[in-house]
Design a protein around this ligand. Structure first.
Ligand code: SAH
Length: 360
């Protein structure tokens, strides 16, 4: 049953259709009402009970008294002049902010969403984790990012990637509920195959996800080919070894039949040598996987640099020559605060500076 609660009220948009039906039955409502309301929330994407015009005023008022209806405030929008990518900073009901990105591709529109406010994984090159974890996002707050963007742009979202701020597997139950609702044929009905979830590699959660036998794409942030090197970039590597991760990826493929994606951020002089490429080939070969090379996006708090363009190309060529399926991630929105968590961080810091100014 739905146990997401905000201000002592149950969060209605985080309920699956079955849960909503059960919930409204306690108010004496028939199943078809639940279906109507679910459609208002997850197909018509209305932003309040008041917009549900075929629901009686009495029921709308009862719902408003009993349930929380989440919505996002648009705090800031940045649009790239290069490729039309839009970055949104959204305000949540408790005053926290999260960022989401809208990208236009030939094959459709893609939205990258956040799964947590902040992050506690501590990856060294990532801006989202610098201030730690504030809280998990509710399923509704993950859905809202997509719903509000679809409304604001007026264009259908066809692909979703959970690659914004946060570690989705660290918010596992809410993530799963989010996936169920987003891909429900009674809702926005986004194909599971058009949904990618990226993880730094929480092995037990990856195993649990495998059991769900979903058709989503699982992306593993690998970034290094030896435990020693990975530990320098990602604290989670102290917990789970690369050998364990590879076994888990094989298990995931066996259970779901879905090819895994390895994300590999190329950091100049750190993980981009021919030797690294050779080791990456050895890891990738036994698995059915795809490698996505990401030129690291430098953040000002750390001194990591991007690999030279020629090095990136040479790295890719070496993988390709060895029969590995590889792409280099196109940098979208390079002229706006592109790297994960940079926009939110800039916003929070400027608020802090303003508050300090007021106190002084
Ligand atoms: N926590 C999840 C998803 C969030 S980040 C994960 O770790 O996978 C999405 C991807 O961007 C991850 O592969 C992450 O390691 C990478 N990333 C984060 N900051 C980056 C940066 N500054 N440059 C390049 N890649 C970065």
């Amino acid at each position: 049953m739905n146990d997401n609660v905000i201000d002592n009220k149950k969060d209605i948009k985080s309920m699956t259709l079955a849960e909503l039906t059960e919930e409204l039955a306690t108010l004496g409502e028939k199943a078809f009402r639940a279906k109507q309301m679910y459609q208002w929330m997850h197909v018509n994407l209305v932003r309040s009970f008041d917009e549900m015009t075929n629901i009686s005023k009495a029921l709308r008022e009862k719902c408003a008294a009993n349930y929380q209806y989440t919505d996002l405030k648009v705090v800031q929008v940045q649009e790239s002049k290069i490729d039309g990518t839009k970055k949104f900073l959204f305000g949540l009901s408790d005053g926290n902010v999260v960022e989401s990105v809208w990208m236009k591709y030939k094959h459709g529109n893609s939205v990258c969403i956040s799964s947590q406010v902040g992050c506690r994984m501590g990856c060294k090159f990532c801006a989202s984790t610098l201030d730690g974890l504030e809280r998990n996002l509710l399923p509704s707050e993950m859905l809202d990012q997509i719903y509000v963007i679809q409304q604001l742009t007026g264009e259908r979202v066809s692909n979703v990637v959970v690659m914004g701020t946060g570690e989705p597997m660290d918010n596992y139950d809410n993530l799963l509920k989010f996936i169920r609702i987003l891909t429900d044929e009674n809702g926005l009905n986004i194909s599971q195959r058009n949904l990618t979830v990226s993880t730094c590699g929480l092995v037990p959660k990856m195993e649990m996800l495998a059991e769900e036998k979903l058709q989503i794409t699982l992306a593993l942030s690998l970034h290094a080919t030896t435990d020693e090197k990975r530990k320098k970039l990602m604290p989670i590597a102290n917990r789970y070894s690369i050998a364990e991760l590879m076994d888990t990826c094989a298990y995931y493929f066996e259970k779901t039949g879905r090819r895994i994606t390895f994300e590999y951020s190329l950091v100049g002089g750190v993980n981009d040598t021919d030797e690294d490429a050779k080791e990456l080939i050895a890891l990738a070969r036994p698995l059915c996987c795809h490698i996505n090379l990401i030129p690291v996006n430098p953040i000002k708090e750390r001194d990591f640099v991007q690999s030279e363009a020629s090095r990136i190309q040479a790295f890719k060529n070496k993988l390709e020559k060895n029969g590995i399926n590889v792409t280099i991630r196109r940098e979208m929105g390079r002229d706006i605060d592109g790297a994960c968590g940079q926009l939110r961080r800039k916003h929070t810091q400027s608020l802090q500076t303003m508050e300090e100014g007021v106190r002084a």
